[in-house]
Design a protein around this ligand. Structure first.
Ligand code: NAD
Length: 721
């Protein structure tokens, strides 16, 4: 796991060997301690170089060890790094590929750092709910100053070798063989004094108005952290570096780390890290899997309908280097879309530093233009009749074997597939707005969808930088299906006495990016109104009394319909659940009108307002959503809880430090979730979504196993169906 050799006569070369990223697992740490000792005690060795095999310095700690006691077995990282720093021979880190987390902390313990020009460095611990606790929070500010260290440590962002050189984090950048450059460098500094090279001896570079700086950063971090504690602990640790001697700073780093390590947040964030990998290993109920299904290359794709979604999808496809045919039938939309796509591509190129992808797109107002493409993504209005017609046309126009995908948010993918000659070549590709930015892609397969197509689309998602999750076909798929009971509960709570602000505040304090009503204002109340009207659910004027709030025997809130009747569509009309300065403005302010509107509504429906607590908001909205999640699992729509959690974290603003709805249910305790659902279901017999799902009962009866063991229970439940 660690190789040692003597090179160029007097340089001890230590190579970390632990694929894929040379993580600092217990054996590697053993190897480093042993080989450093060997090099230091060999009189022929005058200096040392540490590098990693296969063009990668070190990806940091082995996260799997966090979950076990295994990391306690090997030599601890802190004394290991201290002994390197204390060495009386110069130690040079040769950074190829990357030095992340513990890997960068190891490099900071070395006396010199040489990085390849393409290498990146960073301290991403905060993204796992931790802080750089092997001296990283104490050494980095001493080396590059407090503001730059705060920026790196509180965000976990990776920086390029060029930026690292500018900050003084590395001493030299090599364009070619970094290890050769480091060996040459090590020879040149052999025998030199190391007093000025041991970072732990440095004072942090002074900062004017330090208190004000930390106050300002802390405020910013608190706002963006949305309840996550690790970024706050990171600021506190850097403050310790700036104000305390090194040893006391290390003590503070240790205390803060202990708090984080035992917090549920670190567990949730580490779960997300692994869950993301789990969803990549997709499977279908037919038994088809990621490792046995092979896709085929896509060279040319088409997008049909260049509205909000089609524009973003066109950009996302073009940015992967594909040729894209973009089709829009309405003249006005066609002209606007061309301009909008071009602007989006320019902004994207500026952000990423990658070349513009304009030349990859051809525009057309005719569907005939897609005859020779390999894959089509349909993004016309959410109207089954229209979509069916488009799929019939596509099936007639496209060459045989063309993959046909729909970006529908809720409609039946199988029904669309049945309009084509090759229904096995149809899937849903459910993007999220804005489609070129949002990370999530729900890949919706039907019973007839071919595994080859799922493989193609999952791969395409990866190329677009998406986190793709393969799910089964049902109304709303996973994300929107679970969102419905959550939203319904928010409406019912309004009827019962809450305000939009009260509900949104409770959800935002929980960590959601936006509360349910702010999201509704953003996406437009008219979208759901149109669907409800088509479904025959809307009664003009909303009616009165209890019967007006029941549809098909189930509780229904006409509040959203009444808002739409008043022209309150949300941000786009400047009025919705909140008021806005002008149409299109985003700054939501409570609207006193809502108060009288709700009072009048309650009076008309014989409802008496009561005090609603934050706890009730969270329990009713979140547990209703979680309950639907259990149904999704029971129905086999999602392969496992990880799929649901990743969909919610990447597509619905669920706070990552709470791991996703199913992980959160497990953290709260499944028996508690069950008990609260039973309580609310009993109080509201007309809300079947609050009736606990049988899978939840089965899990509780099986002793509430941890999330990663749910699949076994689900398998048993499904085999009994
Ligand atoms: P939109 O109204 O902004 O755009 C639809 C576009 O399709 C319009 O420009 C329209 O002119 C065009 N169009 C209609 N018929 C056409 C045809 N026969 N050929 C070519 N173009 C045609 O709608 P949108 O918000 O982009 O939604 C499109 C689809 O994406 C819907 O199915 C919607 O449910 C889904 N979706 C929307 C969102 C969202 O947040 N807006 C998110 C996920 C999925």
């Amino acid at each position: 796991m660690t190789q040692y050799s003597r090179v160029s006569g007097s340089v001890g070369l230590i190579t970390l060997k632990n694929p894929p990223v040379n993580q600092l697992s217990a054996v590697v740490r053993h190897g480093i301690v042993d080989t450093v000792q060997k090099a230091l005690s060999d009189p022929k060795v005058k200096s040392v170089v540490i590098c990693g095999q296969n063009g990668m310095f070190c990806g940091g700690a082995d996260i799997k060890e966090f979950q076990t006691l295994a990391n306690m077995r090997g030599p601890p990282l802190i004394p290991m790094i201290h002994s390197i720093e204390a060495a009386d021979k110069p130690v040079v880190a040769a950074i190829e590929g990357g030095a992340f987390g513990g890997g960068l902390e190891l490099a900071l313990g070395c006396h010199y750092r040489i990085a390849h020009s393409k290498a990146k460095v960073g301290l991403p611990e905060v993204t796992l709910g931790l802080l750089p606790a092997a001296g990283g929070s104490q050494r980095l500010p001493r080396l590059i100053g407090v503001p730059a260290a705060l920026s790196l440590i509180t965000t976990g962002r990776h920086i390029t070798a060029a930026e690292a050189l500018q900050l003084g984090l590395v001493d030299q950048v090599a364009d070619h063989n970094t290890v050769d450059a480091a060996v040459k460098f090590a020879l040149s500094v052999a025998g030199q004094s190391l007093d000025a090279r041991r970072i732990s001896n440095f004072q942090c570079p002074p900062v004017p108005n330090m208190d004000a700086l930390f106050e300002d950063v802390m405020q910013k971090v608190r706002t963006t952290a949305r309840g996550a504690i690790a970024p706050i602990a990171c600021v506190q640790a850097v403050r310790a570096a700036a104000t305390l001697p090194y040893t006391q700073g290390m003590q503070r780093e240790k205390e803060l780390m202990a708090t984080l390590f035992t917090s549920g947040q670190a567990r949730a964030l580490q779960y997300c890290f692994f869950a993301q990998r789990v969803v990549g290993r997709w499977s279908m109920p037919s038994g088809a899997r990621w490792d046995t299904s092979k896709g085929r290359p896509i060279h040319k794709a088409a997008v049909i309908g260049l509205g909000t979604m089609g524009r973003g999808i066109t950009v996302a496809l073009a940015q992967t280097g594909l040729s894209v045919v973009a089709v829009e039938t309405q003249e006005k939309q066609f002209m606007e879309a061309k301009k909008a796509v071009s602007n989006m591509l320019e902004r994207g190129a500026k952000r990423s530093g990658k070349p513009l992808a304009h030349g990859k797109i051809t525009y057309s107002q005719s569907l005939q233009a897609v005859a020779d493409v390999d894959l089509v993504i349909e993004a016309v209005f959410e109207d089954m009749g229209l979509k069916k017609k488009v799929f019939q046309q596509l099936s007639a126009v496209c060459k045989p074997g063309t993959f046909l995908c729909t970006n529908t948010s809720t409609l039946d993918v199988d029904e669309l597939a049945s309009q084509t000659h090759q229904p096995e070549l149809v899937v849903g590709m459910h993007f999220f707005a804005p489609a070129h930015i949002m990370k999530l892609l729900e890949v919706v397969y039907g019973p007839r969808s071919s595994p080859e197509l799922v493989a193609v689309v999952m791969e395409l998602g990866k190329k677009m930088g998406k986190v793709s999750v393969a799910v089964g076909n049902c109304r709303g798929f996973v994300g929107n299906r679970m969102l419905k009971p959550y939203r319904d509960q928010a409406y019912f709570l309004l009827e019962e006495g809450a305000t939009p602000q009260l509900i949104d505040q409770a959800l935002e304090e929980f960590g959601f990016a936006m509360g349910a009503f702010k999201v509704s204002d953003l996406s437009g109340l008219d979208v759901g109104w149109k669907v409800r009207k088509e479904e025959g659910l809307v009664q003009p004027g909303g009616g009165s009394g209890k019967s007006a709030r029941i549809r098909n025997g189930v509780r229904y809130s006409p509040l959203g319909d009444l808002m739409c009747e008043q022209g309150r569509f949300g941000q786009k009309t400047g009025r919705g659940w909140y008021q806005y300065d002008k149409p299109g403005s985003r700054d939501a302010r409570p609207d006193p009108w809502m108060h009288s509107f709700l009072e009048e509504y309650r009076a008309r429906h014989g409802l008496v307002a009561r005090r609603i607590s934050n706890q009730e908001v969270l329990e009713r909205c979140l547990y209703a959503m979680i309950n639907e999640g259990f149904r999704v699992l029971e129905d086999g729509i999602a392969a496992g809880p990880e799929d649901i959690d990743i969909i919610y974290v990447f597509g619905y603003g669920w706070p990552r430090h709470r791991g996703g709805p199913m992980f959160y249910a497990n953290m709260v305790g499944l028996e508690i979730v069950l008990e609260r659902l039973e309580h609310y279901a009993q109080a509201n017999p007309d809300m079947p979504t609050l009736q606990p799902c049988s899978l939840l009962r089965k899990l509780v009866a099986s002793g509430s196993p941890p999330v990663n063991k749910w699949k076994e229970v689900i398998k048993n439940v499904r085999s009994q169906l």
